[in-house]
Design a protein around this ligand. Structure first.
Ligand code: ATP
Length: 235
């Protein structure tokens, strides 16, 4: 049984047929990346998993459980964390306040504290800036905060929407190192990226989405050497 399964998922935005029967799987412990051009349906695929768009046809299962169109808070409580496109941190709140929001469903204060310590272990930089307003952080730090906030719910599966967006190459490398480390500590990752080269270097497997349909699925290493992938996404 795969950890996460999307089976023939269709999503519409009004008259726009954004996902046309997307099927993909993520095994426990893997890093899987979904690559594709602007507007191909990458963000929508992640939104379909965490119920931020309506799945009109098809099915999403997580650990064998049908989560299709379940309320987002329930999906989160089952262990799926989402780092949305554009980070969506609360810029007027402090780093600490943003992290606390990520643990909104946790009543136990000592548990929140323990999770904070885990986030600081990944992102020491956030600990140094706890009382700083999130809007004044650098782009890389804001991305760290967005990931840290998602980690506050202790997800076993983390969905990441273009964590490299708008970041300098050296900062992207730092973020990807952190993702690798998180995966080695046991978190399964589904990573959506326009930065296909780096995503395929990090991932175990990859899918190529085009126009709302999965066009290729293979080991990341194989995709990196595929001529079509090279021409379209790695140029
Ligand atoms: P990008 O890399 O540019 O974010 P993407 O691969 O993540 O692209 P999606 O954001 O999933 O693509 O968009 C898939 C398709 O659905 C696109 O044609 C887009 O214009 C359309 N779409 C996305 N969100 C909406 C919306 N809220 N209303 C109408 N159409 C939408």
């Amino acid at each position: 049984m795969s950890f996460l399964v999307l089976e023939n998922v269709h999503v519409y935005y009004g008259g726009v047929h954004a996902l046309k029967g997307v099927s993909l799987t993520v095994e426990q412990g893997e890093i899987v990346t979904l690559i594709g051009a602007n507007g191909a349906g990458k963000t929508t695929t992640l939104r379909a998993v965490c119920a931020q768009v309506k799945v009109r046809e098809g099915r999403v299962t997580f650990q064998g459980r049908d989560i299709t169109n379940q309320p987002t808070h329930e999906v989160v409580s089952l262990g799926i964390g989402h780092v949305p496109e554009g980070r969506r941190i609360f810029s007027r709140l402090t780093v600490k306040e943003n992290l606390d929001i990520g643990a909104f469903s946790v009543r136990d204060k000592s548990l929140v504290k323990r999770r904070l310590e885990q986030v600081f272990a990944c992102f020491p930089r956030l600990k140094e800036r706890l009382n700083q307003k999130a809007g004044t952080l650098s782009g890389g730090e804001q991305q760290m905060l967005a990931i840290g906030r998602a980690l506050m719910s202790e997800p076993s599966l983390l969905l990441l929407d273009e964590p490299s967006m708008g970041l300098a190459p050296v900062v992207v490398e730092q973020i990807f190192d952190i993702l690798k480390d998180l995966n080695q500590r046991g978190t399964t990752l589904l990573l959506v990226e326009q930065n296909a080269f780096q995503a395929l270097q990090l991932a175990h497997r990859g899918y190529v989405i085009q126009n709302g349909e999965i066009r290729m699925a293979d080991a990341a290493r194989t995709l990196l050497e595929n001529e079509e992938v090279k021409a379209a996404y790695l140029a």
